[in-house]
Design a protein around this ligand. Sequence first.
Ligand SMILES: CC(C)(COP(=O)(O)OP(=O)(O)OC[C@H]1O[C@@H](n2cnc3c(N)ncnc32)[C@H](O)[C@@H]1OP(=O)(O)O)[C@@H](O)C(=O)NCCC(=O)NCCS
Length: 206
Amino acid sequence: MIHPKVNEVLSEIGLYDSINLSKKGLYFMKIDKKAVGEKIYLRPLTEEDTQMVVSWRNSKRVMDNFIYRTPLTYESHLKWFREKVETGEVVDFIVCDKENDMPLGCVYLQHFEKENRKAEIGIFLGEDRAFGRGIGKEACRLMVKYGFEELKLHKIISRVLSFNEASVKTHEAAGFVKEALFKDDVFVEGKYLDVIFLGVINPEER
Ligand SMILES: CC(C)(COP(=O)(O)OP(=O)(O)OC[C@H]1O[C@@H](n2cnc3c(N)ncnc32)[C@H](O)[C@@H]1OP(=O)(O)O)[C@@H](O)C(=O)NCCC(=O)NCCS
């Protein structure tokens, strides 16, 4: 069952007219047409993706680049899916290879601030074959386009650990600019780490 709040939330973020309200196909109508790039397309995250996403997110390559390092469990991810994704609080897509439909990673928008028309993007690839082929750049670009054109956001932000060059470049390729460096901003695994804040403003509203 779709969470009763879903209509309300989607209506607030401007999606109400465009959704397919089948449980697994939320956002599919729109995304099917809009979020298709050269090498990839985005499709909505489903409950069936749980195990795959948990193993991607717990992989060393992803974990080492994330601020939050607590390992995900199947149950914690499913709870998050039901409470955040199905309610429309988080918009989460699976990045798929256009050639063979294979899932490669995730890109999502969270922490929506309705009054500021702002959200925060997150991205990770999970499959070895996905890295270093421009997939991250394309996924980030498509998510930003979706955020501005479909969700009518004014600004999208991101927080990246300062050593994560690939992620900074991925964001910059999608139009983000570095706005600030926060020194010793997070305490992760016994060390204080610097965090770069990046932001992109809707080009139609600059
Ligand atoms: C960050 C991530 C999404 C980038 O995706 P990707 O498909 O591997 O990256 P792309 O091939 O699109 O390349 C993006 C840019 O980073 C550069 N890059 C790629 N891997 C790199 C590396 N290991 N070190 C430095 N730069 C790198 C590329 O050369 C490219 O730069 P360019 O625009 O100057 O050519 C992916 O590496 C990833 O999932 N990393 C682990 C999780 C993560 O860090 N998520 C972000 C947390 S904020």
